[in-house]
Design a protein around this ligand. Sequence first.
Ligand code: GLP
Length: 245
Amino acid sequence: MKIKRFDDKAALYAYAARLITQLLQEKPDCTLGFATGSTPIGIYEQLVSLYSQGRVSFAKALSFNLDEYVGLSGSHPQSYRQYMLQHLFRHTDFNPRNIYIPDGMAADLEAECQRYDSLLEEHPIDLQLLGIGHNGHIGFNEPGHALTARTHLVTLEPETRAANARFFHSEDEVPRQAITMGMGSILKARSILLVVTGADKAAVVSEALAGSISTACPASLLQTHADVTVLLDRDAGRELHDSSL
Ligand code: GLP
C-alpha cells in the first residue's frame, strides 16, 4: 500500500487526476471505476479542466460506478447517475454507451445485480477510485458479520443515511436500500486509488489502514490488495502514524 500525504486538498485532487490521466494516455480504452460522495468532486473538476484544455480524452474509456440508490430513477437529482453526469460525464467526451451504473429502478433488482456483475467480468476495472464512509464502508458495503463478494442489494445503515441526508431535503427522503458492487468485485480491480480528506475521517483511516482486517471495517480489506494507493490530506492522516503501518 502506497500512502501519500498532501498539505492541501487542491494538490491531492490534482495528483489523483494526474494518475487517472496517465492511465488514459497509456491505455485510452481503459476501464475506470468511479465513486460518488463529496470527496471525489475535486478530482472530477480537475479531470474536466484537463479535458477542456485538450490534455485528456475519455472517448474510448469505459466507466463503472460503485453503487446506486434503489428507488431513484437515473433522472432523480440525487441519483448517482445524475451526480456523475453533473460532475464529469456531461462535461467530457465519455461515450454514453460506455457508461455503466446499476439501475436502482430495475423491476428485478437481483437480476440487475447479476447483469452488473457479468458486465464487470467482461470489462475488468483498471483503476478503481474509492472514498470511504465514516463507518468504514466502501461503495455501500456496510460493516457487518459478513460481507458479500458480488454486486448485491444492501440495506443502508442509519449512520449512512444520516451522513447522506445532506444531499436530500430531509433524512426521510434518503433511500433505505442501494445496489453496490461487492468487496470481491472491488478487490478485482487491477489498481485502487483511495482518497480521503477531513478530520472527521481520521479515525476510520487509521482503523482501515493500520487496524486488523475485519468485516467490521470493510475498507480494511483493501490491505489485502497488491496495488492500492491512498491519498490523504493532512487532517485525514493525522491519526495514522507510519510506525503503525
Ligand atoms: C457514499 C458512497 C461512498 C462514499 C461515501 C463517502 O456512501 N456510496 O462511495 O465513499 O458516501 O462520501 P463522502 O466522500 O461524501 O464522505
